[in-house]
Design a protein around this ligand. Structure first.
Ligand code: ATP
Ligand code: MG
Length: 735
């Protein structure tokens, strides 16, 4: 058998990994060293050389996109389909198990996934139902607490409140929330994992079945697994499953969501005879980018310790751009992008990465101004838009009539004349009869308890739901033969949702109606995976869970060559020839919170995030910061990110095209001027103390323009920050 294609081009350590003999294996290696690649090739190796049935392999990746790429790559290597191979995210795989074994998991067959937003809304209602003071019991905090408990594998009865009365109330909220979800057939993200872990604990026969089936478990990005995920894998592996884990402690960036880098050590302790292999050659970045990344991460303590080198050349230096403000930063970045696209890069090879979603807006505006196609990951995601959630609520109600959240959404949009009073009565009736609101509404209609517009509104809604429910052969809908997207389209049209959005103000309505159409085409192109189909999951159920789970990632398919915008967290595992890391300011990155809380742990996590950001770049890397930034309506003055000063001087070149003033040592040296449009040099520089007749004393913090147009920004002690025309301001330089 010719197996050379499975190992060709790999270095010795990588080859050792791919061809490892049976047993547990940990690949501990830095960014871009080929961890994901060897994991993929290992799967192909197992199938082709070790004759492992694809059916016996379960691989966990970080995103659904990564899973799809991994499967495609395996199929290319093997030159045949890999049906039966389970590959996906923890949530995706656990969800499939719950669909297969809903009864054993104690769920309704029609259960639906709710997103973070719906979860918080539900918790808010529970807090109100319990008559708790909602200024003291804030829904957001409750959501966080409940998710943290679930991530730790804890149910209300497992939590010891001590003598903390608030904690006791929160535990009650958790219990009531759980009961509500149970009744309505809803599971939140954390619940998916917890339930499927409980499935292992409570159903030994089932666990045994899956232990026999999955002889090989492979986990990418192992450093970001949380307690429950680790426990899940450990249970599934049992005594005989072989675990292959790859990770990088320096890229652990989800501890705020319960991820435990300690799982890597736990793994080598809990499993017998784990072989640890390190990969040290980086194949992604230039020598300069790698040197910068290594230097930054070297400042962290408690690392497991790895070295990375590359045989690639030094490449170009890293650009650091000091912008006057956020507008200037966006102008500069987009201008550079225009030039790069004009040269040899595709738009999709360029990424703008930032610490917080709020930063994307200025860049989007500038991209729009220049008609450059772009795509934002995260932010307000497609599946989280109001009109999309409205349309999906109809589908959810079809799939699961107990879903009260979906009912409430549907009954309100478009408005149906069902007022608050009627709704409150229906909720009460549903609670009293222990049924869903939809059922309670049907009963109330039959009893003649609802009159007028509310009556006709509810009747037509009921008729719509009934006629389009799968399995309903009503003459109206010929419902059973409808395809998913046809069913969705009928729901959108016949419910009046489309007309509702069309009637809204012109500009807004356009994009909302277009989004509804986009949703229909997403449904048309949706393909039920062979594994889901084999698990007996209906197309509608699979589509709804796709919409819930995938919310953070994709938005339809019509996204070819776009500049990519995303947070640093979302960029994990990806690579781009050209990366802009923007908003490099203390207070933004590292975040204010990580600075305020003083401890080193948070700052180190921010630094790991910087390491992740820098190591996404293959050839071109630019870091930028703004001296002043308007965000959320407020102007702030931030110092350049401390991470900038951690870059070795010989890896960077500073760019400050329109600057006239030298900047005293913001990070070590004086800024170099990289532009030829250099005007008269004023006698004052950034940081100089000046006095103004009217505003008093202050410090120069910014400058722009030349000659008679030169303006400076002064941060006055009493008067705040002002831009002044230098020629008229009559500033007096102090000391
Ligand atoms: P991260 O930590 O960021 O997830 P990683 O360790 O998973 O990175 P990969 O994404 O697998 O790294 O690989 C980085 C890049 O290097 C990819 O483009 C990959 O194809 C390439 N690469 C890996 N190994 C080799 C090799 N032996 N020869 C050539 N290219 C390689
Ligand atoms: Mg990877």
């Amino acid at each position: 058998m010719d197996i050379s294609h499975l190992i060709d081009g790999l270095n010795a350590a990588q080859r050792e990994v791919v061809t490892a003999p049976p047993g547990h294996l940990l690949v501990l290696a830095g960014a871009g060293s080929g961890k994901t690649r060897v994991l993929t090739q290992r799967i192909a190796w197992l199938v082709e050389v070790e004759n492992v049935w694809p059916h016996a392999i379960l691989a966990v990746t970080f995103t659904n996109k990564a899973a799809a790429e991994m499967r495609a790559r395996c199929e290319r290597l093997l030159n045949r389909p890999t049906q039966g191979l389970w590959i996906g995210t923890f949530h995706g795989l656990a969800h499939r198990l719950l669909r297969l074994h809903w009864r054993e998991a104690g769920l309704l067959e029609t259960f639906q996934i709710i997103d973070a937003d719906d979860q918080q809304r539900l918790i808010k209602r529970v807090i109100a139902d319990q008559n708790l003071d909602d200024t003291r019991f804030v829904a957001k905090q409750g959501t966080w607490l409940i998710n943290a408990w679930k991530d730790e594998g804890k149910r209300p009865r497992d939590i010891d409140p001590g003598d903390n009365p608030d904690l006791m109330r929160w535990i009650d909220v958790y219990a009531a929330y759980e009961a509500t979800c149970q009744r309505q057939g809803l599971v939140d993200f954390a619940e998916i994992l917890l339930r499927s872990h409980e499935l292992w604990l409570k159903q030994p026969a089932l666990l045994d079945h899956y232990r026999r089936r999955f002889s090989h478990l492979l986990v990418d990005e192992f450093q970001d697994t949380n307690t429950i995920q680790y426990a899940w894998i450990r249970m599934l592996a049992g005594a005989s499953g072989q675990v292959f884990a790859v990770g990088d402690d320096d890229q652990s960036i989800y501890s705020w969501r319960g991820a435990r880098v300690a799982n890597m050590q736990a793994y080598t302790r809990d499993f017998p005879g784990v072989t640890t292999i390190r990969l040290e050659q980086n194949y992604r970045s230039t020598g300069t980018i790698l040197a910068a990344a290594n230097a930054v991460i070297a400042r962290n303590s408690e690392r497991l310790g790895k070295e990375l080198w590359t045989s690639a050349g030094q490449g170009e230096p890293i650009s650091v751009y000091a912008a006057y403000n956020e507008q200037d930063e966006a102008r500069y970045v987009i201008e550079r992008i225009r030039r790069l696209v004009g040269e040899d890069l595709k738009r999709s090879e360029i990424a703008i990465l930032y610490r917080a979603n709020a930063l994307s807006r200025v860049f989007e505006e500038e991209l729009i101004r220049h008609s450059i196609a772009y795509r934002v990951y995260g932010g307000l995601r497609f599946f989280e838009r109001a009109e999309i959630k409205d349309a999906l609520a109809y589908l959810r109600l079809l799939a699961n009539p107990s879903d009260d959240g979906a009912f409430e959404r549907v009954v309100a949009t478009p408005p149906r004349g069902v007022g608050d009073k009627t709704l409150e009565d229906l909720r009460g009736a549903a609670r009293a009869a222990d049924t869903s609101i939809l059922t309670a509404a049907a009963a109330a209609l039959r009893a003649g308890a609802i009159k007028g517009r509310a009556r006709s509104g509810l009747e037509s809604l009921g008729a719509l739901i009934e006629s389009l429910s799968p399995g309903n052969a009503s003459p109206l809908g010929a419902s059973d033969s409808l395809r998913l997207h046809e069913r969705l389209e009928q729901l959108i049209d016949r419910s009046g949702l489309r007309a509702h959005y069309e009637a809204q103000s012109k500009h807004d309505a356009d994009s909302r109606v277009a989004n509804l159409d986009e949703l229909i085409s997403v449904a048309r192109e949706f393909v039920l995976s062979a594994e889901d189909e084999a698990a007996g999951i209906s197309e509608m159920a699979a589509f709804l869970s796709y919409a819930a789970l995938e919310a953070g990632e994709g938005q339809g398919e019509a996204w070819d060559d776009c500049v990519q915008l995303m947070t640093l967290h979302a960029a994990k595992g990806l690579e781009f020839p050209c990366v802009f890391l923007v908003g490099m300011e203390d207070g933004l990155f590292p975040s204010q919170r990580s600075i305020d809380e003083g401890g080193n742990a948070q700052l180190e996590e921010e630094r790991r995030l910087a390491y992740v950001g820098i190591t996404r770049a293959r050839r071109h890397l630019t870091l930028s910061y703004a001296e002043s930034r308007r965000m959320r309506g407020q102007e702030t003055w931030n110092r350049p990110s401390r991470f900038l000063s951690e870059l070795p001087r010989n890896t960077i070149t500073e760019v400050r095209p329109r600057a006239q003033l030298s900047r005293p040592g913001s990070y070590g040296a004086r800024a170099r001027v990289a532009s030829d449009d250099w005007g008269d040099q004023p006698a004052i520089g950034l940081g100089t103390r000046v006095s103004h007749a009217q505003f008093g004393e202050g410090v120069i913090t910014g400058a722009e323009g030349q000659g008679s147009h030169a303006r400076v920004q002064v941060n006055f002690e009493d008067a705040g920050s002002k831009w002044l025309v230098l020629a008229y301001a009559n500033l007096v330089v102090l000391g």
